[in-house]
Ligand binder design. Sequence first.
Ligand SMILES: [Zn+2]
Length: 246
Amino acid sequence: MKQIFAFENENQMMLHKDLAHSMFQRLQPYQLYLQQEFALKESPKAVVWTPADLATTIFSTVPIPAYTKKNIIYMSPIVEEWQSIFFEQLDSRDLPVIKNYYEQNTKSQMMEILAHELTHHSDLFLEEFDVGDWEKDIWFEEGMCFYLPRKFLLDDQAFDEISAVERTLVKEFKDTYGQHPLSDFGSTSYKGNMTSIMYDYWRSFLAVKKLIDRAEGDIKQVFSQYQDWYNSGKKNSLMDYFQINI
Ligand SMILES: [Zn+2]
């Protein structure tokens, strides 16, 4: 993978390149782990580091400055931009403990998001997520793309902490944004505000965590159940197939 810096303003790039480099470095062992354990056969060609305004208006119109398009990961390396996204997703609710978590862990969250994008490239996922031809049931892939990076990058305490944060957020926003089944998480996911978008990501992570906890930590077993569902024609929703509720 190459790193490419796409900034309009060279001085702005200088301010953020060190963090970008260090995240890129930290991605290497994770990439190796995915290659060895989780069928990462073809890595993306590059990570394009670019500010949020370019990521969301020039390179794409996706509202979040981290995504994969045609084998290239685009991501903002700017801490302040991510911090404001993490605050925005709290929807002006008074959640001091959660806010404090995001303040203290902005860079760690950014690292998880970068690794999330790489995880999508594993061949164990059967939908072509980056061309958007799926309609439903993308929660398994999205949830797994948070579960694997967090398991690899975080220690047990930090893993439990982000799990608790997202559990709290799901509870907090259930009445406002949680009235649809998680199975509907799909290609229309980017409609709505930041909280409604993120709501399904939080639920997806918690759903996958539930499955892996139920399999006593055996991630590969959960993958193979998912593949059985897919290969046998996706007869019912993946939630029904796994018999989980969230
Ligand atoms: Zn994703």
